[in-house]
Design a protein around this ligand. Structure first.
Ligand SMILES: [Zn+2]
Length: 331
């Protein structure tokens, strides 16, 4: 059973720069000893976005911010980036934005699923995938959602097939498309006004590094494969810019980690993860949804947990849909 503690134990050590920044922020004044301040590398001044964010868990080296194995570069003033990684046992994210006054605002989230589940049930022998959905009776009743604060103007996405595992090479694009269009409707409600469109396959790179780092933004929304070195199934880097006071997405890329097994058909699943479900969750991040509590809203797609060999979260819950409808409107 993997758990988030494993991730925490492998978290990067905290740099002196981060400690200095933390001290300065929490105390409101620069309280670090002069000797430390003098030898610390020049890092940006960090400000915690909320009480959930503990800057002591965040490392800053020059223009790079690291958290639980995720790495992002500090963006330009008025811009921001979120790295969100879905693991087999939980989900972590960091959002870094630079205010126009130059301060760097950091928001972190780390969620374990908070309870055991039968993630290993597929390891011993192949089974058929089943529709496990915790608290399934609430899927179309629980209206809870959380928003990240940014929005896409439109969503044209591309698929880079390089590195696709042989087991899903021919079926991946259909599963990814299904996971993406799954965003637009749920629980018998009206369709969203936002209609994602598939731009075709591309050789443009997925701008997510193997180590779980956001490597840049070419403005093209690409999903594809990485032989990731971290414990993540899917990872999304979303860039946004404040335009007329509103955070607008300027690019969002998703990497799928070939270190794990994925499936698209439901027969003979062995410790593999449903590609469509992973994509639906990651797309939720791209469109501006944040996580909701696993314990309180288990039926939602935007909870951190996903069971192996389950297709139970191929459709949005009512709350996931309500969040998107609040942002994009309905037809
Ligand atoms: Zn997530």
């Amino acid at each position: 059973m993997r758990n988030l503690l494993t991730l925490r134990s492998s978290a990067p050590t905290i740099s002196i720069a981060a400690l200095v920044a933390t001290a300065a922020v929490t105390a409101g004044i620069a309280t670090a000893p002069a000797a430390l301040t003098a030898t610390a590398p020049a890092g940006p001044k960090l400000v915690a976005a909320d009480t959930e964010t503990d800057l002591a868990t965040v490392a800053a080296d020059g223009d790079t911010i690291r958290y639980q194995g995720l790495t992002v570069r500090v963006p330009a003033a008025g811009e921001g980036v979120q790295a969100a990684a879905q693991s087999t046992s939980g989900d972590i994210s960091i959002t870094v934005s630079r205010a126009t006054d130059g301060s760097v605002v950091v928001k972190t989230e780390a969620h374990g699923e908070g309870e055991s589940h039968d993630e290993e049930h597929g390891e011993a022998q192949a089974v058929n995938a089943t529709a496990i959905r915790p608290a399934a009776a609430k899927t179309c009743k629980d209206a809870a959602y959380a928003l990240s604060g940014w929005k896409l103007g439109s969503f044209k996405w591309y698929y880079n097939p390089a590195g696709a595992p042989a087991s899903v090479r021919s079926s991946a694009v259909a599963a990814i498309a299904a996971g993406t269009t799954g965003l637009t409707k749920a629980c018998g409600q009206k369709s969203l006004k936002l209609v994602p469109s598939y731009g075709g396959s591309t050789s443009a790179g997925v701008q997510v590094g193997a180590a779980g780092n956001c490597t840049g933004n070419d403005g093209r929304n690409v999903i594809g494969w990485r032989a990731g070195t971290g414990k993540w199934l899917g990872m999304t880097c979303t860039y946004f810019k404040t335009i007329k006071g509103k955070k607008t997405v300027t690019g969002t890329d998703t990497a799928l980690n070939t270190q794990y097994k994925f499936f698209t058909a439901t027969k003979n699943c062995s410790n593999a993860y449903d590609l469509q479900s992973v994509v639906l969750h990651e797309r939720g991040h791209s469109l501006g949804l944040n996580h909701v509590s696993q314990a309180a809203h288990a039926s939602a797609v935007m909870t951190p947990a996903l069971s192996a060999c389950s297709v139970g979260k191929r459709t949005l819950g009512l709350g996931d849909y309500k969040g998107l409808a609040a942002m994009y409107g309905t037809r």
